[in-house]
Ligand binder design. Sequence first.
Ligand code: FAD
Length: 319
Amino acid sequence: MERFDIAIIGGGGAGMTAAIYAARGRRSTVVFERMVTGGQIATTDMVENFPGFPAGINGFDLAQLFEQQARKFGAEVRAEQVESIERRGGSFALTTEEGQYLAGAVIMAAGADYNHLGVPGEEAYVGRGVSYCATCDGAFFRDQDVVVVGGGDAAVEEALFLARIVRSVTIVHRRDTLRASAIVQERAFAEPKISFAWNTVVEAIEGGDSVQRAVLRDVQSGEKRTMDTAAVFIFIGQTPNSSLLEGLVEFDGGGHAIVDLEMRTATPGLFVVGDLRSQSARQLISAAGDGATAAIAAERYLGELPRGRLQSEAARMAG
Ligand SMILES: Cc1cc2nc3c(=O)[nH]c(=O)nc-3n(C[C@H](O)[C@H](O)[C@H](O)COP(=O)(O)OP(=O)(O)OC[C@H]3O[C@@H](n4cnc5c(N)ncnc54)[C@H](O)[C@@H]3O)c2cc1C
């Protein structure tokens, strides 16, 4: 069974930064990534708010640089999906489709998936007008008309943020009242740039090279209409990739792992970082910051363990 000091699950911005720090600290380090290095950021065309790239950088290219930097310091990056994490005698046994690994500490950086509408045009226009992050993409639509889908706090807060940048925001909501907290609602109703399409759903997103219109349907009358828009921002919830953590950590109401300021969880040696953790800013830079914090905390954790424990655990499991 292969053994590493630090195993990192997820090769997004959080996981790759943790790998850079852990490997540079001379800890044997592995990153398991089930899909493409970079996670969410690899799917976006232009990242304009990550320091060091004043002209912006393509998300996929940035992710490749993260991986290059982690490998340079000796981190291994394996294209494997982790299927379980088990606490065994003070170490962690990880199972992937390829086999089993032993780690002294685990940094869980599996991120979260934005819920999708599942309508025609949505996937095709991601990064070309369909967005799940106003902070990330709002600036691309300065002085244009945009649509926001959703009625909770995230949707309305993001609409308020967008209203500072764009010409108009139409909030499309399938009910006739918002779910957002009262104060957020009050601000939205007082904002002249925001209007509402109540009892309405988006049925399709259309355009040419980028989004040009949304096809809307009134859920009561069934009537359809087309609205010109440069972008459709979708905020209908997020699903954290937290299933591996069941029984090992505590969760907030949204299914995100609760951590302390060092990214520690209720299980010693298990850290959770990035979009998967509670109260994350859900930005690349904050995910990277979490990764660095967790790697430093993991290094400290391993340094405090009785010498040779990981080796003796590996020998015990091998025997
Ligand atoms: C379209 C889009 C544009 C964005 N633009 C910006 C922007 O411009 N600026 C900005 O700051 N933020 C942006 N964001 C947000 C930013 O991408 C996220 O906050 C950030 O990627 C979170 O990083 P993470 O490492 O926590 O998680 P993720 O990026 O979600 O990475 C998690 C990784 O873990 C892997 N994984 C999950 N489960 C397993 C498993 N069991 N085994 C192995 N691997 C696993 C996933 O495949 C994924 O690669 C954008 C997000 C999206 C969707």
